[in-house]
Ligand binder design. Structure first.
Ligand SMILES: NC(=O)c1ccc[n+]([C@@H]2O[C@H](COP(=O)([O-])OP(=O)(O)OC[C@H]3O[C@@H](n4cnc5c(N)ncnc54)[C@H](O)[C@@H]3O)[C@@H](O)[C@H]2O)c1
Ligand SMILES: [Fe+2]
Length: 403
C-alpha cells in the first residue's frame, strides 16, 4: 500500500518536471561542425572580446598533442590561454578546485572544455565555482543549484558519447564517499559546441565502443522514459539510427571520417534528448559503478543496458519497437513484442561484436545493497522510467552484473 502511494507520488513529481521542462527555454549551443572545425573556435571567441581562456583537458590528450591546432589558432588570434590538464576520468571535486585556483591565479575570462565528458564536466563546474565561490561543489548536486551564470564557456568533445557539449549536466565524484553525483543547471550549457571528427580518429576502439554505447543509452533512456516530447523523440530516434549504422564502423576503422562525423552528431542528438527527457536506471546504477570502483561510464552503461531493458521490456514494448524500426532492424509488419526483443538482442550483439563483457569485473557481492540503495536514491523520483523498481528488484538486477 505504502509502495503504491510512493510510486504514485513519483509519477506526480515526474509529470510536474515534464511540464516544467516543456516551458523552460533550453539554450542551444551554436554548432561548429566538420573536419577541421576546431580551428574556427578561436575567431568565435575573439568576436566576444575574450582575451584569456582556461583550456580544461587531460594528460592523455596533451600527450597525443590533440589540443595543438586549437592552441595554435588561439595564439594566432591573440588570445592568451592557460592549460589545466589534471582532469582524471570520473572527475573529482579536487580536480575542480585545482582548476578554479588556476583560473583565478591567471585572471582568465572564459573556459574551453576540451576532451571527453570528464574534461567537459570538470570545465563546467570550474566555471560554476568561479562564479559561485560560496557554494561548495556538493551543494550544487541536483537541479538548478548553480545560482550565478558561469563565465563564457565552450566545448570541444573528443569522444562521441556523453553529449555534455549540449547538456545541462556535469557529473562529479566525491572521493571521500566514492559517490558520483550530477549537477544539472541550464547555466552549464556551453555557448558553442565544436563537432570535429578529426579529433576522434585516434580514439582507441575500446573507448569508441563504450562511449558510443553511452550515447545509445542516452537515446534509449530518453525515448522509453515517460517525459519525452516530439523534439526529444525525434532526436533519440535519429541518434539510434546513426549509432546502429556507424558505431561498429568507427570501432573497426577509427579513421573512417564519415562514421566519426555521424557518431559525433548522434552523441549530440542523444544529449539533446536526454537533457530534456532525463535518463533512467542504467545511468543510476552506472554512476555507482563509477563512484565505487572507477568503472568507465560508457562501459558501465553498455553492460547494464540490456539487463534494464529486459526488466522493463513489457512496459516499454511499443517504444522499443519504434526504436527498432527507427534503427532499421525491423519493420512495422512485425509485432511490437518481436521488435522489442529484437532491439535488445541487437544491443547484446553490438556489445559482443565490440568485446564488451556481460558483467562488471570490479563488482563485489558485499557492495550490492549499497549500490542498489544509492541507485534508487538517485533515480527516485526524478527519472521517469517505464517501470519503477523496488529495492529488492534492484539488488537482484545488480547481482546479475557479478563477474
Ligand atoms: N555531462 C553530461 O551530460 C554527461 C553525460 C554522460 C556522461 N557524463 C560523464 O562523462 C564522463 C565520461 O566521459 P567519456 O566517456 O567521454 O570519457 P572520458 O572523458 O573519461 O575519457 C576516457 C578516456 O579517453 C581518453 N580520450 C578522450 N578523447 C580521446 C581521443 N580523441 N583520443 C584518444 N583518447 C581520448 C581520455 O583521455 C580518457 O583517458 C563520466 O564522468 C560520465 O559520468 C556526463
Ligand atoms: Fe551517460
Amino acid at each position: 500500500m505504502i509502495w503504491t502511494l510512493k510510486k504514485r507520488m513519483y509519477r506526480i513529481q515526474q509529470r510536474t518536471m515534464k511540464t516544467v521542462s516543456g516551458v523552460i527555454p533550453f539554450p542551444v549551443p551554436m554548432l561548429l561542425s566538420g573536419a577541421g572545425s576546431v580551428e574556427n573556435l578561436a575567431e568565435n571567441i575573439k568576436v566576444r572580446c575574450l582575451k584569456n581562456v582556461l583550456v580544461v583537458t587531460d594528460k592523455v590528450l596533451m600527450d597525443l598533442k590533440l589540443p595543438e591546432s586549437l592552441l595554435e589558432s588561439l595564439h594566432e588570434h591573440g588570445i592568451k590561454y592557460t592549460i589545466f590538464d589534471d582532469v582524471q576520468p570520473n572527475p573529482t571535486i579536487e580536480n575542480v578546485e585545482k582548476g578554479r585556483t588556476l583560473y583565478q591565479k591567471n585572471k582568465c575570462d572564459s573556459i574551453i572544455g576540451f576532451g571527453g565528458g570528464s574534461a567537459m564536466d570538470c570545465a563546467k563546474i570550474i566555471g560554476a565555482r568561479v562564479s559561485n565561490p560560496l557554494i561548495p561543489v556538493r551543494w550544487m548536486k541536483g537541479l538548478f543549484r548553480v545560482i550565478l551564470p558561469i563565465p563564457p564557456f565552450f566545448c570541444v568533445p573528443t569522444t562521441a558519447g556523453t553529449g555534455s557539449e549540449t547538456t545541462v549536466a556535469a557529473v562529479i565524484t566525491d572521493p571521500s564517499t566514492h559517490e558520483k553525483f550530477a549537477i544539472n543547471d541550464l547555466k552549464l550549457i556551453p555557448k558553442i559546441a565544436v563537432l570535429d571528427p578529426e579529433l576522434m580518429v585516434g580514439l582507441p576502439p575500446h573507448i569508441t565502443s563504450t562511449t558510443g554505447m553511452d550515447a545509445l543509452t542516452h537515446a534509449v533512456e530518453a525515448y522509453i522514459g515517460l517525459n519525452g516530447s516530439k523534439f526529444t523523440d525525434e532526436n533519440a530516434k535519429n541518434a539510434t539510427r546513426l549509432i546502429f549504422e556507424n558505431l561498429e564502423k568507427a570501432y573497426k576503422t577509427g579513421s573512417d571520417l564519415d562514421a566519426r562525423t555521424n557518431m559525433a552528431l548522434a552523441s549530440f542528438y542523444a544529449g539533446s534528448a536526454f537533457t530534456r527527457a532525463y535518463v533512467g536506471y542504467v545511468h543510476a546504477i552506472a554512476h555507482n559503478m563509477g563512484g565505487l570502483y572507477g568503472v568507465p561510464h560508457g562501459l558501465a552503461n553498455a553492460v547494464i543496458l540490456p539487463y534494464i531493458l529486459e526488466f522493463c521490456r513489457k512496459e516499454a514494448e511499443n517504444k522499443l519497437a519504434d526504436l527498432a524500426v527507427a534503427g532499421g532492424i525491423g519493420t512495422r509488419k512485425e509485432t511490437d513484442e518481436d521488435l522489442s526483443v529484437k532491439f535488445i538482442e541487437k544491443i547484446k550483439s553490438m556489445n559482443k561484436n565490440m568485446k564488451i563483457p556481460t558483467y562488471i569485473k570490479e563488482l563485489q557481492e558485499k557492495d550490492i545493497p549499497l549500490i542498489a540503495k544509492r541507485a534508487l536514491d538517485e533515480a527516485h523520483p526524478d527519472y521517469p522510467v517505464p517501470r519503477i523498481m523496488t529495492l529488492d528488484e534492484c539488488e537482484v538486477l545488480v547481482a546479475k552484473l557479478l563477474p
